[in-house]
Ligand binder design. Sequence first.
Ligand code: HEM
Ligand code: HEM
Length: 180
Amino acid sequence: MHTITPPEYSAPAKFFHWLTVILLVIQYSIGWLMPDIGRNTQPLGLISWHLSIGALIVLLVMIRLLWRWIHGPTAQAQIVSPRLHRVAQGTHLLLYFLLLAFPLMGWANASSRGWPVSLFGVLPLPTLSSKGSRLGHTLGDMHQLLVWVLIAVIALHVAAALYHHLILKDDTLRRTLPGR
Ligand code: HEM
Ligand code: HEM
């Protein structure tokens, strides 16, 4: 086992990471609290918040990836072994993929129901499927399934962060926190 000196986790990287976490907690809560959706349901109240916050998450992740592409990835803090390093990178890649694919499926489902998606009623956003589309319907079913896949990957990710913090007692988690 060998370690490297922990490089700085930049302020924007911290900001993007923790804002995504906060928005996901809100979005999951709304997803489970909002009324069951049927053929005649209107996208009002909590459902309307779900669409807007979901669209905000998509935009945030796109800006985050653009920022990461321009500035390069923040180097990993502690390399435990080359194989675990690859597992961590693979998990991060999967998280980014799910953070885009998963809400886009919900969005396509909203479009297939004829629901307009906008950012809080201020910025109208394009439709991702035509009204009544079968694909949009199927993607909605997948959106409901992937809810659990994303939770499972996040659980693995959080377990890894806690393993670093509590067992390896290194700086991996601490350096991503504000004020460090
Ligand atoms: C990362 C962001 C998102 C999370 C964490 C999330 C989470 C959830 C959850 C937990 C449910 C309830 C599933 C169930 O009751 O089994 C749900 C349903 C739904 N979501 Fe999302 N969602 C996200 C993004 C979006 C976006 C961007 C849209 C549309 C613009 C959207 C549209 C929907 C719709 C239409 C349903 C109801 C599906 C149905 O009952 O057929 N979601 N979502
Ligand atoms: C809830 C949803 C979460 C998502 C979607 C998420 C996503 C990500 C992603 C994509 C990265 C890679 C950043 C990059 O290098 O580009 C990352 C890094 C990291 N996350 Fe999370 N994360 C979440 C929650 C958490 C939580 C709750 C913790 C702490 C308990 C945590 C701890 C960390 C740490 C320590 C790193 C840095 C890893 C390193 O330096 O190698 N994350 N996260």
